[in-house]
Design a binder for this molecule. Structure first.
Ligand code: FES
Ligand SMILES: [Fe+2]
Length: 332
């Protein structure tokens, strides 16, 4: 079994929303690695956070034409991490070891993604709708939860919890049974679709209404989920949840929605408010689950048919962790 860090390093993980990365370098953390990310003339760069000279925090540095300049003695690093200037001794060759470990970094879908391994094991998720101008997007503040990335994504995929955990937001306590559903799996991820009688909350003295909603789930391994809501009453929209692991027991999730641009005046406020209420219901459950680390075996928890989607997801993560394909148990 590979270590958690070793298993998940060769994947792209978001470390910041694009809108958070402005003209100053930004601290980031991924798989127990402290990073600094910054904008360059041609894209984004990610390197180790602390200066090779005397360990100063490069997040306090300055961006110059040449690269990232440390605030302690002015050593300056290019996007590949190599030191290009040592102001205390101009005209003298720069020591070869004067370099920061640098990592692959790209900006896409309004996020800055980093891969800690030299070669990514999988491409970024494919979400073409976010690039062709057909939808508008709205982000939530980063979700900073004390749980593992896998547990967080499993909550997003958990079909049976809707009627329990989300009572009062959209869950329908009358609908406890989970009808059978199909799960499609591929090397890249898992998908499923269900129909759910969501219950809109009572507004302005009106009784709550059942809003028959088609939920389409799709995950790209390891931690990127897209969930589309096609209701009959409320607005159709899609949420994207990408959990970014700080460690095996701690993650931040980058969460945003896409919606029809015509709804720009109504949707964002309504979405942010209702989604934060829904996610708070999930957080209370997720942070109290034990163990915090996502159990990457099948035997330590019990699986029933309603758990097919999270189970197939877990199967994919176990394969990544162990380095070979695994069979999921047949749920009881
Ligand atoms: S510690 Fe960064 S330049 Fe000296
Ligand atoms: Fe939930």
């Amino acid at each position: 079994m590979r270590s958690y860090q070793e298993a998940f390093s060769p994947y792209w993980h978001p470390v910041a929303f694009s809108h958070e990365l402005k003209e100053r370098p930004l601290a980031a953390r991924l798989l127990e690695t402290e990073l600094v990310v910054w904008r360059t003339g041609s894209g984004v760069a990610a390197t180790q956070r602390y200066c090779a000279h005397r360990g100063a925090d490069l997040c306090g540095g300055q961006l110059t034409e040449e690269g990232l300049r440390c605030g302690f003695h002015g050593w300056t690093y290019g996007r590949d991490g190599r030191c290009v200037r040592v102001p205390s001794q101009p005209g003298v060759p720069i020591p070869a070891r004067a370099a920061l470990t640098s990592f692959r970094a790209v900006e896409r879908y309004g996020l800055v993604w980093v891969c800690l391994a030299p070669e990514p094991a999988a491409p970024l998720p494919e979400w073409p709708e976010l690039e062709d101008g057909s939808v508008a997007t709205v982000p939530l503040p980063r979700l900073d939860w004390n749980t593992s990335a896998g547990r967080m994504i499993e909550i997003v995929l958990d079909v049976a919890h809707l009627s329990w955990v989300h009572e009062g937001t959209f869950g329908n306590p009358q609908q406890q049974e989970v009808p059978p559903y199909e799960v499609e799996r591929s090397a890249a991820g898992v998908r499923a679709q269900i129909s759910y009688p969501a219950l809109s909350p009572a507004i302005g003295g009106m009784p709550p209404k059942v809003d028959r909603t088609t939920l389409s789930y799709e995950v790209f391994f390891p931690f990127a989920a897209r969930l589309s809501f096609k209701p009959t009453i409320f607005y159709a929209h899609t949420v994207y949840a990408i959990a970014s692991p700080w460690s095996e027991e701690k993650m931040q999730c980058f969460y945003f929605a896409s919606y029809h641009p015509r709804l720009r005046n109504h949707f964002p406020d309504m979405f942010v408010k209702s989604e934060l209420a829904i996610l708070e219901q999930d957080r209370l459950i997720a942070e109290a689950q034990r163990p915090r680390a996502h159990p990457l075996d099948f035997s330590s928890e019990v699986h029933v048919r309603a758990d097919r989607l999270p189970l197939e997801y877990r199967r994919g993560l176990i394969a990544i962790r162990t380095g070979h394909p695994v069979d999921a148990p047949t749920p009881d």
